[in-house]
Design a protein around this ligand. Sequence first.
Ligand SMILES: CC(C)(COP(=O)(O)OP(=O)(O)OC[C@H]1O[C@@H](n2cnc3c(N)ncnc32)[C@H](O)[C@@H]1OP(=O)(O)O)[C@@H](O)C(=O)NCCC(=O)NCCS
Length: 142
Amino acid sequence: MSASFSPPPAALPSEHELVLKVIPMPGDCNANGDIFGGWVMAQVDLAGSVLPARYVQGRMATVAVNEFIFKQPVRVGDILSFFSHITRVGNTSVTVQVEVYAERFSDQGRYVKVTEATLTYVAIDANGRPRPLPKPQAPAQG
Ligand SMILES: CC(C)(COP(=O)(O)OP(=O)(O)OC[C@H]1O[C@@H](n2cnc3c(N)ncnc32)[C@H](O)[C@@H]1OP(=O)(O)O)[C@@H](O)C(=O)NCCC(=O)NCCS
């Protein structure tokens, strides 16, 4: 008899911002019946771009996936929550950490960390070359 491994529920990262929620469908599966890693990577790339977009204010490109860890499989019907926070703001680039948590299809409200990644995005000009990040705007006086 085999028992499937069930990791303990995880606490959500309170210092991160929720930037994306999505539910994978059967068409996103690999040959094992789990969700294809490339699909997860695409979602993480989209989610990771949300916070850098506030700094970049225009075109940007992903220059590096500095780290990507698939900690647990993702399954059809999981509700995936993507949390992100900024780890570095450079001259032309912004680096973020993204953590992905799954609520299993039949176990809502309990979160399992399935993926964590670090990605870097670069502000680019009309020729696709790096450009300096715009200076942050001062808050409006009221
Ligand atoms: C993104 C791109 C314009 C950067 O050009 P580049 O000449 O390699 O850039 P630079 O060496 O001047 O580095 C630009 C910034 O990226 C950062 N960077 C470059 N390589 C990096 C890496 N491996 N990890 C982390 N940061 C990196 C640099 O530190 C620099 O940041 P800073 O100015 O904030 O310090 C170019 O590499 C490119 O077009 N790549 C293809 C992008 C792409 O197709 N992405 C997938 C689809 S969006």
